[in-house]
Ligand binder design. Sequence first.
Ligand code: DX5
Ligand code: ZN
Length: 229
Amino acid sequence: MPSARRPKIVPSLLSADFAAIASQIAMVEGAGADELHLDSMDGRFVPNLTWGMKIVKDLRRLTTLPFDCHLMIVEPERYVDAFRDAGADIITFHYEATPHQDRLLAHLRSIGARAGIAINPGTPVSMLVDLVEGVDRVLVMSVNPGFGGQSFIERALVKVAEVRELLDARNPDCEIEIDGGVEPGNIERAVQAGADVLVAGNALFAAVDPPAMLRALRARADAASAAAR
Ligand code: DX5
Ligand code: ZN
């Protein structure tokens, strides 16, 4: 079942041009982005490197949009305070990256962040059963994390629907985010399955006209959401 909330369209800056990052952010903000998704990678949890707190802090000056910081790093508990200080509003760590998920979720809320937990394609939704009351956002990966521009894994839609069912019973205010390979051909199905927060990297920034693409993604997401009510 779709969420009762209006879907959020959230550009992933992983696919943006960092030599022109101020104008890239202004472009997606002007086109109506709801948040910005910032992928931090450590070369250990995933086979790629991106950025840390300094970049988040510097980007913070460029926009008032909420920062959705997706930490693809081992031992995320070592860094969350610094990400929060740098300006992260939503901090999402990976279930697979720490043995102390419950403690870290509570800590995120205690420092004023919204607490997110992500699951890889190989991690079943059942791993969240004992955590969901402490979560503000569940991120279902629809690619194996590490790179933009990969193909959408259809199985993720089944997992989104399973998360929706779990949250409807136990924590209906919690959002579901889907990340990886989201594009016009699958965004409606993601919303129908129950996703609230749609991350788009390559589909948006590699488009000929990114603002038009953002509006097209929003129109499709809104239509899927409205049709279900
Ligand atoms: C992948 C990242 C994603 C990525 C999505 O590991 O977590 O946020 O940027 O990009 P696309 O939409 O290109 O798959
Ligand atoms: Zn991400």
